[in-house]
Ligand binder design. Structure first.
Ligand code: GTR
Length: 380
């Protein structure tokens, strides 16, 4: 039923009137890094937490990492393979999540790392390591370590059971809060625990880390990258509505459609904006800005109209003002989306659009690797 209301006609996209990132709630004009970081960024983070994604509680009593061995190493010549159980306790209860890690074998570390948030079929984490979705060999051959976890290791992707993981185990009080932790919070929490693991692993250079996600996991990567500034590079592939794409364009998937199909993804407050995108106090260009001064990358596919490729591009193009106006950089994007020819691989913010459908492919990763390499080089 919802499908009938979907617009994929550029000619009927409403004129864009976006909330101003550089005017604070009290009307103050934001010019400096200190005003941005102390006033406006925290204000916007609160709005995203309260009105859109819900919280990611970060308190727990204990965390430990144990290496297990369930699968054989699929790349014994190329990689050191680690299957890690991350065990987290809070108030006498425990949740255990699984992380898969590949480290280049024939070089000396510490290695820069890309973490993939996975939502492809469960129990196939190691199997997918051979496909374009998670091209482990290609990553290793360019000197990157890589890791992945499945969303279901912390929260089932199901409206009636999503809390039967880390939420009911460790943070049950979140369930009754209208701005409480839902699946994006839980999936992001898992990425933060993966980062906790990276920080104590001598072979990983966690200062050179990227979080990568496709589609619903792209939305997760963005919200996690906003909350957890330990990620140097944040990459969202075809993340669409509630991810990279501007909600006010109402092109492809809309706030109402996503909240109806996936009521467990965003917090309860976000439902207020069903069919009322204009009343959102934020739009997704502001989420892109939350990554600054770290680096952010969006990507789209031409046939993926459901995710609104142009809306994904515009939010980054508009959001990239943060690097120029606040951080004094030269980062910018061509005015015309339609005229884009090549991937934009540059410091701070990058983008590509490729032919084809909604998917995460080796072609996408090749551009991500170029972007990571360039941006990791600039880290002290
Ligand atoms: C779709 C959903 C999108 C996107 C996608 C995916 O059904 O409408 O927002 O997240 O799933 O994750 O593949």
């Amino acid at each position: 039923m919802a499908q009938r209301q979907v617009n994929t006609e550029e000619s009927i996209v409403p004129d864009l009137v976006l909330p101003d990132p550089f005017i604070s709630q009290s009307g103050q004009v934001i010019h400096s890094v200190s005003d941005w970081e102390n006033i406006r960024r925290p204000e916007l983070m609160n709005v995203f937490k309260n009105e859109v994604y819900g919280s990611i509680p970060d308190d727990f009593d204990e965390i430990n990492f144990s290496e297990i061995s369930e699968h054989p190493n699929p790349f014994p010549d190329l990689a050191i393979f680690k299957e890690i159980d991350i065990r987290v306790s809070r108030k006498g209860k425990t949740h255990t999540m699984r992380l898969h890690v590949f480290l280049p074998k024939n070089n000396s570390g510490p290695f820069p790392i890309a973490l993939l948030v996975n939502h492809r079929p469960e129990n196939q984490e190691v199997e997918i390591a051979e496909e374009g979705y998670w091209p482990v060999e290609a990553l290793l051959s360019r000197g990157f370590a890589t890791a992945s976890y499945h969303g279901e290791t912390v929260a089932p992707d199901d409206a009636s059971t999503f809390y039967e993981g880390v939420i009911s185990n460790l943070y049950p009080e979140e369930l009754t809060k209208p701005d409480g932790m839902r699946t994006f919070g839980a999936w992001g929490w898992a990425a933060m625990r993966a980062m906790d693991y990276f920080e104590q692993e001598p072979l990983i250079d966690e200062k050179r880390s990227a979080i990568v996600g496709h589609s619903r996991s792209g939305k997760t990567a963005l919200w996690t990258g906003a909350i957890d500034t330990r990620w140097a590079v944040v990459i969202a592939n075809e993340s669409g509505c509630g991810g990279a794409a501007l909600s006010r364009r109402k092109f492809g998937e809309t706030v109402k459609i996503i909240n109806t199909s996936f009521p467990h993804w965003f917090n309860d407050n976000f439902k207020k904006y069903n069919d009322r995108e204009e009343s959102l106090p934020i739009d997704q260009h502001m989420l892109a800005m939350m990554m600054a001064p770290r680096a952010v990358y969006f990507s789209s596919a031409r046939e993926d109209l459901w995710a609104d490729p142009k809306g994904e591009y515009l939010s980054l193009q508009i959001g990239s003002r943060i690097y120029r106006q606040i951080y004094g950089k030269t980062t910018s994007f061509p005015q015309s989306f339609e005229g884009l020819k090549a991937p934009i691989i540059q410091p701070d913010a990058g983008y590509h659009i490729r032919d084809g459908k909604h998917d995460l492919t080796l072609e996408d990763w090749n551009h991500f690797m170029d972007f990571m390499q360039l941006n990791f080089q600039n880290i002290q």
